[in-house]
Design a binder for this molecule. Structure first.
Ligand SMILES: *[C@@H]1O[C@H](CO)[C@@H](O)[C@H](O)[C@H]1NC(C)=O
Ligand SMILES: *[C@@H]1O[C@H](CO)[C@@H](O)[C@H](O)[C@H]1NC(C)=O
Ligand SMILES: *[C@@H]1O[C@H](CO)[C@@H](O)[C@H](O)[C@H]1NC(C)=O
Ligand SMILES: *[C@@H]1O[C@H](CO)[C@@H](O)[C@H](O)[C@H]1NC(C)=O
Ligand SMILES: *[C@@H]1O[C@H](CO)[C@@H](O)[C@H](O)[C@H]1NC(C)=O
Ligand SMILES: *[C@@H]1O[C@H](CO)[C@@H](O)[C@H](O)[C@H]1NC(C)=O
Length: 682
């Protein structure tokens, strides 16, 4: 892209520009580059005059420009003498000025104007003066967001905008959409009314907009929609309102609706969507759903006698079964759902993502009648699940299963083994046990048998397994054999005992292993056979030494924080030094002077030690334990120590020599005993 300056600026205007430019940017260097004296930048046929404290539009802009960006200036009044131009301009940006007056008809002659951005100005003042902006005969996109406009004021901008496709009224103060709000702009396809205070939408307000496909009403004050009847809409966003119910007029009309966002409302009952619909995406998260009923149970209805839930002729107090057969995404997280009958999934056969996290589910099952065989992601985390069952040949596409923070204890041991596509299992904070290899996965048989452990071996697609916080006591031999795990998290299982061959089978696949917070005193497991391991977390344990790593080790990140390490083995350091990039080592009772190799490594900083500030060493000085930061350990500390130990060594050697002499003397004095010993040997 070529950046160039506006050519042909005459002498006198040059002075004006210079003044403007200096005032605006205080850039003194400009005097050295006369070609940059103009405040604006021209790129091809686009002119950028943004952020320059301009109070007027620069007069001498090249002819034939396409785009003029005047955002972030101080423009107040847009009048014809200010804007003599521009029949060629199609993109006009006045974002973030102080515009409060627009000469009526100013844009009428701009025969190519397509995009007009008037966002963040004071157009409420303009509208209050009851002026009209005049015809917008070619404009396709109009941005009026952030102008303090309230109900009725939009008329002054929209009354003659027959070509308008996209309209943003985001961040104004509109309380009501009346029947004729959009009667002058009937080509609209997309309306953004996000962040207003809309309480009321008059019947038929959008009826004349036959091409309307996206309507964003998020962040308003709408309390309910009892007769949704806009078959042309593809996307309806009602998130962050105060909606208590959403119901569609019952009709045979085919609705185009694909995206319905009802997140963060106060909805109690499952919405009634159009009977014939194309719904793909439904977000009901953060509402007050207790189940998937579309209307209150009959007994509750009688008590309520509430007009919000008109008796549906079709159903006669029975639940209406929404057709959700094209639905791909359903989010019902953060509700109060206690149970979901598995028959519900008969209506959601295409579902790919189902999020039920943060509800009150105690049991969840999928059976062969509604097998959810398209589902890829299932989130059931943060519930109170005790029972979980997946029937034969169900969930055949499931790749990610989230069960974090439930009460799972005794469930079918082969439950995950039977998921043929599973890649990620998030099982943190439950009470699950790990089966050993002796637990042969039931071949072909699908008996639901609860046992006290779960099979994690031979799950041929499993790549990530999270078992943090399950109170696991023992990881048996070959527990994950035949599962191509890359990520294994066994952290926060205090007291965990690992079988020596616990990780056999993971040699070439495992790249991440966490054993954090397990109270481990020793690491008896052959971590070094895991030749793909890159990232190991051993923090918050009681390790006093590290296992020897062999030469094939490829570890790049090692976390040893908060252990009982005194010495890092010379040979281990030699191996690690080759590949290690990051090492965490804080809160260990390290002895510096006996770790010279390590000390050198730190001081040569070949390895990044993010927590270096908390890495300290201990040594004894004048029979007192002294702790100093590893960065300030100098050779002298150790030499001082060495001198002391030297004198101790001298004393010890002297004593040894003395003892030897005594022993020799005593032997010479008792030759008989010597002989006896000799005969004993023979
Ligand atoms: C803009 O117009 C108003 C009246 O319409 C006038 O009072 C004000 O001085 C004008 N401001 C500028 C900067 O011309
Ligand atoms: C209107 O909005 C849609 C969706 O954001 C966008 O793809 C389209 O380009 C816009 N139309 C115009 C004329 O700017
Ligand atoms: C609905 O609007 C909110 C903003 O309030 C936005 O975060 C969300 O993505 C929108 N939903 C859809 C489906 O576009
Ligand atoms: C599932 O839906 C089919 C029609 O799609 C119906 O015939 C069947 O009875 C339903 N099964 C259940 C268990 O609701
Ligand atoms: C499910 O919803 C929760 C909360 O809205 C969110 O944090 C989580 O990431 C979602 N789960 C998935 C798998 O997207
Ligand atoms: C869980 O299953 C057991 C045994 O099948 C049953 O007794 C119990 O009621 C179930 N709990 C729930 C919450 O469904």
């Amino acid at each position: 892209m070529v950046h160039c300056c506006i050519p042909g600026v005459s002498g006198s205007t040059m002075e004006v520009y210079l003044w403007l430019f200096l005032a605006a940017t205080s850039a003194v260097t400009a005097t050295h580059h006369p070609r940059q004296l103009s405040p604006c930048q021209v790129v091809d046929m686009d002119v950028y005059c943004n952020d320059m404290n301009l109070r007027a539009i620069p007069g001498e802009l090249p002819t034939g420009i396409h785009k003029l960006d005047l955002s972030h200036n101080l423009l107040q009044n847009l009048t014809r003498e200010l804007m003599p131009f521009y029949t060629t301009v199609n993109h006009l940006i006045f974002h973030a000025n102080k515009i409060q007056f627009i000469q009526p008809g100013l844009f009428t002659d701009m025969a190519n104007l397509q995009v007009l951005d008037l966002s963040k100005n004071y157009l409420d003042i303009f509208a209050a003066s009851k002026n009209e902006i005049g015809p917008l005969l070619t404009v396709k996109q109009l941005d009026l967001s952030g102008n303090g406009l309230y109900t009725g004021m939009t008329d002054y901008f929209l009354h003659d905008a027959p070509t308008l496709l996209n309209l943003s009224l985001d961040g104004n103060s509109i309380t009501k959409i009346s029947k004729d709000t959009f009667s002058g702009s009937t080509a609209l396809r997309k309306i953004d009314l996000h962040n207003n205070v809309i309480l009321e939408i008059e019947d038929g307000a959008f009826d004349s907009l036959l091409d309307l496909s996206e309507l964003d009403l998020s962040m308003n004050s709408i309390t309910c929609i009892t007769d949704f009847n806009l078959p042309q809409l593809k996307l309806l966003n009602l998130s962050k309102n105060s909606m208590e119910s959403f119901q569609t007029t019952d009709s045979d009309t085919e609705y185009e609706l694909q995206y319905l966002d009802l997140r963060e409302n106060k909805i109690h009952y499952f919405p009634i969507v159009p009977r014939r619909n194309k719904l793909m995406y439904l977000d009901l998260s953060r509402n007050l759903l207790r189940g998937i009923n579309t209307i209150p149970p009959a007994e509750e209805l009688e008590l309520m006698s509430d007009s919000r839930f008109p008796t549906h002729p079709q159903t006669d107090h029975k639940n209406i079964h929404n057709d959700l057969s094209r639905l791909l995404y359903l989010d019902m997280s953060y509700n109060q759902i206690k149970s979901i009958p598995s028959s519900f999934f008969n209506y959601t056969r295409s579902l790919e993502v189902l999020n039920l996290s943060n509800n009150c589910l105690e049991a969840f099952s999928v059976n062969h009648l509604s097998p959810l065989n398209s589902l890829k992601i299932l989130d059931l985390s943060f519930n109170a699940l005790q029972n979980l069952s997946f029937g034969e040949n169900t969930l055949q596409s499931l790749e990610e299963l989230y069960l974090t923070a439930n009460n799972l204890r005794a469930i079918d041991s082969a439950i995950f083994y039977r998921l043929p596509s599973i890649r990620e299992l998030h099982l943190q904070h439950n009470f699950l046990r790990i089966c050993g290899l002796l637990h042969r996965p039931p071949q072909r048989s699908h008996h639901l048998h609860s046992t006290d452990c779960i099979i994690f071996s031979s799950v041929h697609t499993l790549r990530s397994l999270y078992l943090s916080g399950n109170s696991i006591e023992f990881v048996p031999q070959c527990a994950f054999h035949g599962s191509p795990l890359a990520v294994l998290d066994l952290s926060q299982n205090p007291g965990l005992i690992l079988h020596k061959n616990a990780f056999t089978g993971l040699e070439s696949s495992l790249t991440y292993l966490s054993l954090r917070g397990n109270d481990l005193h020793v690491l008896n497991t052959d971590l070094f056979v895991l030749s793909s391991l890159r990232d190991v977390d051993l923090s918050d344990n009681k390790l006093t030494s590290l296992p020897l790593w062999n030469k094939e080790s490829a570890i790049q990140s090692l976390n040893l924080q908060n252990n009982c390490l005194v010495i890092l083995e010379y040979n281990t350091m030699l191996v690690l030094e080759r590949t290690l990039k990051t090492l965490y080592l804080g809160s260990n009772p390290l002895s510096c002077c006996t770790n010279t190799r390590f000390l050198q490594m730190v001081q040569r900083s070949t390895v990044d030690i993010p927590d270096i500030a908390s890495v300290t060493c201990q040594y004894t000085q004048d029979s007192e334990q002294v702790e100093i930061s590893i960065t300030s350990v100098s050779q002298e500390h150790c030499e001082m120590l060495n001198r002391k130990s030297l004198s101790i060594i001298v004393i010890i050697i002297t004593s040894l020599v003395l003892i030897a002499v005594l022993v020799l003397l005593s032997k010479l004095c008792h030759p008989r005993r010597h002989r006896l010993r000799g005969s004993f040997k023979a």
